[in-house]
Design a protein around this ligand. Structure first.
Ligand code: PHE
Length: 474
């Protein structure tokens, strides 16, 4: 059965794949803009505390459930008890929703990378200004790049665990890291960059105390999205781990690496904004508007094109290694079902089926012009207009609508229920004894793990859930 499902080929390969899942648009886009808009250093401080208390424990919990049951999200919860199957379905639903909009965004990133590449080759890759607004209303272009990005996902996931996902991540992740480092060093040499570091590293406690709940909510939401938690992704990746892997060590390495890349990307983007006189708090426009201007006009010339090309290539890699993990959550569901029935997994076919469904689910995100609607040249209206709903963040465009469903509701709910299950129903002692300690020495953090699962994670997740819902509906 094990071999039929697939298994990671090496510890390094697994770590690259899991870090690849974690490091994504959330790190390179979400982290810097949320940090920029929520107090800089104050945000970083709260974020770090959350990673240590909630992130590491939840990671360990998910990997342990996955390896113990040897199943993807749905199968894993069913193995624990039939009563919990629905929690697994919530995960697969999040997978479809996120992989759809994620791939639309990935397609845009791909277009930017090609733009800079063409500039480098002496062709005109794109207009230096106003490109983003025009591009998101260019329906055939958006569709084409969305489709290309989805096909890249299919090709990798089709290759299987060690032959596809691991193989790609082992090369792509070190490359991403190297490119990010090069850009950071270049940016650090620009006059004026220091302001960006100061903003990011010196916490303003006055700001923190007067905005504590907002900072907590944004940081916590960002943290578990960034670590790919709460929707069965790490359960699925854990299910391909061999019993000889040390789960505790991996549960430290993955969040540590993910956080390092988030901080590095902050140290690339915030000082770059400072050096070239751009807004930190540019919000979602940061990745596409602000950064394009940084490269084309701030840095300018050939160096701007080289840095721009490298930057969007690394964002592309980050996006691909995350979206393949999302597609894998969906694919693993079908594969587990087939194996249960004693059938051949047929990974290639199952991958294509799930990717096609995900593509259809994600289509509205590509077709509403990210909220510009039919009036702005898009082919579809936003959820508010289509369904006659009041205009709120969650209905203003399909991207926000899906983000609300997945990141706002399903994921915090999933993480909360999982922690309650582990903490109160299943018991951390049992999980530790039966899974965590099978391949490693005595787990010294058992007490901490127990308290986190019983109290810290459920409470933080409940806060996130309530806060997300109120802010999206606001
Ligand atoms: N962690 C990814 C990011 O930061 C997103 C993701 C969420 C991937 C959930 C898989 C599962 O962009």
């Amino acid at each position: 059965m094990e071999n039929n499902r697939g298994q990671w080929g090496s510890t390094f390969g697994f770590i690259m794949a899991a870090v690849g899942s974690a490091v994504g648009l959330g790190n390179i886009w979400g982290f810097p803009y949320k940090c920029g808009a929520n107090g800089g250093g104050a945000f970083v401080l709260v974020y770090l505390i959350l990673v240590i208390s909630v992130g590491v424990t939840t990671m360990l919990g998910e990997l342990a459930i996955g390896r113990k049951t040897g199943r993807g999200a749905v199968g894993a919860y069913t193995s624990l008890s039939k009563k919990y199957t629905w929690i697994g379905y919530m995960g697969v639903a999040s997978g479809f929703i996120i992989v759809g909009f994620y791939s639309v965004l990935g397609g845009i990133v791909l277009r930017y990378m090609l733009g800079f590449l063409m500039n480098l080759l002496g062709m005109s890759g794109f207009p230096a200004e106003g490109f983003f607004g025009a591009w998101i209303a260019n329906m055939p272009g958006m569709l084409l790049f969305y489709a290309i990005f989805m096909i890249i996902n299919i090709v990798i996931v089709m290759g299987g665990i060690s032959g596809g996902i691991e193989k790609f991540s082992k090369i792509a992740m070190p490359a991403l890291f190297a490119m990010l480092l090069i850009i950071i060093v270049y940016v650090a040499c620009q006059p004026g960059a220091a302001e960006g570091y100061k903003y990011m590293w010196i916490p303003d406690f006055n700001y923190l105390f007067s905005n504590f709940f907002t900072v907590l909510k944004v940081a916590a939401g960002q943290m578990f999205f960034s670590l790919s938690l709460g929707m069965g992704c790490m359960i699925t990746y854990g299910s391909y781990l061999s019993k000889s892997e040390n789960l505790v060590r991996n549960s430290l390495i993955i969040p540590f690496s993910d956080t390092t890349v988030a901080l590095m990307s902050g140290m690339c983007i915030l000082p770059a904004c400072a050096a070239y006189g751009m807004e930190y708090a540019g919000g979602p426009g940061l990745l596409f508007n602000t950064m394009q201007t940084v490269f084309t006009q701030g840095m300018g010339g050939t160096i701007g094109n080289i840095m721009g090309f490298m930057f969007y290539l690394l964002v592309l890699i980050a996006a691909i290694t995350s979206s393949i993990s999302l597609l894998e959550v969906c694919t693993a569901y079908l594969i587990d079902k087939r194996i249960e029935k004693g059938k051949d997994p047929q990974r290639v076919k199952m991958t294509v089926i799930m990717a096609v469904i995900a593509f259809v689910v994600g289509l509205p995100t590509a077709l509403d012009g990210l909220g510009t609607n039919v009036a702005g040249g898009a082919w579809m209206n936003n959820p508010a207009e289509m369904f006659g709903l009041p205009v709120m963040t969650a209905t203003a465009d399909w991207l926000d609508f899906y983000d609300f469903l997945a990141e706002g509701v399903l994921m915090p709910l999933g993480a909360m229920i999982m922690s309650i299950l582990i903490g109160w129903v299943f018991g951390t002692k049992k999980l530790i004894g039966e899974e965590v300690e099978v391949s490693a020495a005595k787990f010294t953090g058992a007490k901490f793990f127990d308290i986190c699962f019983k109290f810290v994670v459920p409470v933080i997740m409940a806060i996130v859930l309530v806060a997300q819902i109120t802010s999206f509906l606001g």
